[in-house]
Design a protein around this ligand. Structure first.
Ligand code: FEO
Ligand code: CA
Ligand code: CA
Ligand code: CA
Length: 606
């Protein structure tokens, strides 16, 4: 990938906030829908027919609620590429005509919903010499693949694989899991695979009330209801597959909540769930190769008052594209050290929850990575390594990790090694008996979220100590509790609820949002993170009504930006029969992946 020459300034004209049912890009740019829910992935897939969806049909079609987007070139110029996408969850009310309740769906419809979860791998081709990409025509799609929650087998790796916590009647060895659940964000590794985070897996299980008493606290810490047979809003998947009933299969829940690694270049290969990276509501994972050659994965647990983590591999990254190097690198995430973050504060006494900057002029401090597990050795009193990795939240509780405002995407800049964390919001911060605002989470009832920058000591990503600061405290720039690195707030776009982050090759930070609490549609924003333009955040695009902006992914040549439009039309009371959005086809709303490019062929944002 060519590094961008010059200073990386972002010169595009900001898109104003709006509530349009359209996808809006800046002047001088164009966009196209690359693929949408129901489109063919596996050659021969039937067309989307919302009246006839089945597990088998959906297992060949593009899934629902696209979230993470990765684009991996198949050749040096990116004439062809592999698109890898997560399908996080389903909106049954927007998928099935006549939907009244989950109970009223047929078992075949439930199977269609289960199959609409997982991932898709799709071959793309560049359109001419532009930044546009489209799905390749028939006959050249040997990598196309659906990975589903319904049928795809996953191998568990690492120290917890095979442990008693992970054994079930269907898998007495505790090493093979069917399906992946609630795949949210992710990352592309330096060795050309994709990591995908299993996030809110708890919502697919029932019967927690009848789980063994000793497991109940463990299930409850992961958000599983242990008092009611059917938690409110249950999807009732146990009607299609009894493994979702914890009364019968209490360990099945522990087989989800992992980081999944998919090798899109191996369409027959079995994806893996890496236990060495711990189990929580994984937003995603992003990898950087440290100077020493060890690989470091940064991760967030997206829950109010949950933690930030990092993993450092035992083995070192092997350069090059040889078969030997690739086989070696594919094993890097199977063994290593897992840490959780503890942040320390310089101005703790001055934090009053209003967002007012302390007198030293910055929300900042230092921090430590607390070791939880290294290989098979636990560093947490009273917990084995397998237990720490399977019930990582409880391990974080025991060691006093810092409770954060919902850590979503956590991603290192490959240009500087600095790490950026999207802390999306936390309406409970400082309310009732909940933890009070602190310097790293400085607003009570934090509605709009903030961005944290983490700089490892000696610029060594394997370091056990770091410095941190908040370059952006989100919201309407007219709101005095917001902060944009001291940049002139009259020139900054309003931003709320940061979720996913990415970088262009100049090192600018791109931020997509989920749930804009300012009332406008969600979108994608960009800001420099170094130099005099640091904090000059501008809105680059907006997505249709009811949608959240996922992805984003900027190609290595900086000519294309991909985003996933997730849950368009997800507005209270709306349904496929009474849609709130008719993006992208004019009928009912469909989640889809969009590519945006510059009409003059130049670099995105520049
Ligand atoms: Fe699936 Fe944390 O967003
Ligand atoms: Ca997310
Ligand atoms: Ca990202
Ligand atoms: Ca989110």
């Amino acid at each position: 990938a060519g590094q961008r020459a010059g200073n990386g300034a972002l010169t595009f004209k900001a898109v104003p906030p709006n509530k349009l049912d359209s996808f809006i890009v800046p002047n001088g740019y164009d966009h196209a829908v690359v693929i949408r829910w129901g489109d063919e992935v596996v050659p021969g897939a039937p067309e989307l027919d919302v009246h006839r969806q089945t597990g088998a049909r959906q297992s060949k079609q593009f899934g629902y609620n696209n979230d993470f987007v990765g684009v991996l070139p198949l050749d040096r110029k990116g004439k062809r590429a592999l698109l890898v996408v997560n399908h996080e969850y389903t909106n049954e009310e927007l998928m099935f005509p006549g939907f009244t309740s989950h109970d009223a769906l047929s078992v075949e419809q439930v199977k269609a919903a289960i199959a609409a979860h997982g991932l898709s791998v799709v071959e793309l081709e560049r359109v001419g010499d532009t930044g546009e990409y489209r799905v390749v025509g028939k006959g050249a799609r040997r990598y196309n693949r659906r990975i589903t929650a319904l049928a795809t087998k996953f191998e568990l790796t690492g120290p917890a694989a095979g442990s008693s916590w992970l054994r079930t009647a269907a898998d007495p060895n505790g090493r093979t899991v069917i399906g992946t659940l609630n795949n949210c964000a992710g990352g592309v590794t330096p060795w050309g695979t994709v990591l995908s985070g299993e996030e809110n897996f708890n919502q697919y299980f029932v019967g927690g009330d009848a789980a063994p008493a000793d497991l109940k606290p463990k299930l409850a810490r992961y958000g599983i209801d242990t008092t009611n047979r059917y938690p409110s809003g249950s999807r009732k998947w146990e009607r299609a597959d009894e493994r979702f009933d914890l009364a019968k299969h209490p360990n099945e829940a522990h087989r989800h909540g992992w980081i999944v690694e998919v090798d899109p270049f191996d369409p027959e290969g079995r994806p893996r769930k890496h236990t060495a990276l711990g189990r929580f509501k994984h937003e995603g994972a992003n990898v950087i190769v440290a100077r020493s050659g060890h690989v470091v994965a940064y991760m967030g647990d997206d829950e109010r008052f949950d933690y930030l983590y990092k993993f450092v591999s035992d083995k070192k990254y092997m350069k090059g594209n040889s078969w030997v190097a690739r086989q070696h690198n594919l094993s890097l995430l199977e063994s290593g050290t897992l840490y959780v973050a503890k942040l320390e504060y310089t101005s703790a006494a001055e934090i009053d929850g209003s967002g007012k900057l302390p007198t030293d002029g910055a929300f900042d401090g230092r921090g430590r990575w607390i070791r939880l597990v290294s290989g098979n050795r636990s560093y947490v009193d009273g917990m084995t390594a397998a237990e720490v990795l399977t019930f990582t939240r409880q391990a974080g509780d025991k060691v006093g990790a810092t409770k954060m405002d919902r850590p979503e995407d956590v991603e290192p800049s490959l240009r500087t090694g600095k790490v950026y964390v999207a802390l999306t919001n936390n309406s409970n911060r400082g309310t009732g008996s909940n933890p009070k605002a602190d310097e790293a989470n400085p607003r009570t009832a934090n509605r709009h979220g903030h961005i944290l920058e983490l700089v490892e000591d000696r610029s060594d990503n394997t370091a056990e100590t770091f410095a941190w600061s908040l370059p952006i405290v989100c919201g309407d720039p007219a709101d005095p509790s917001t902060y944009f690195s001291g940049y002139d707030k009259t020139k900054v776009s309003p931003i709320s609820c940061p979720d996913n982050v990415a970088f262009d090759s100049a090192g600018n930070l791109w931020i997509s949002t989920d749930g804009n609490a300012l009332g406008s549609n969600d979108g994608l924003f960009a800001t420099p993170v170094e130099g005099p333009e640091k904090g000059h955040l501008k809105q680059f695009l907006t997505v249709p009504l009811g949608a959240e902006t996922c992805g984003p992914f900027i190609t290595g040549d900086d000519r294309s930006v991909f985003v996933a439009v997730q849950h368009p039309g997800e507005i209270g009371g709306a349904s496929i029969d009474n849609p709130a959005s008719n993006w992208p086809d004019g009928d009912f709303a469909k989640p889809g992946v969009v590519v945006t490019w510059r009409l003059d062929g130049g670099h995105i944002g520049a």
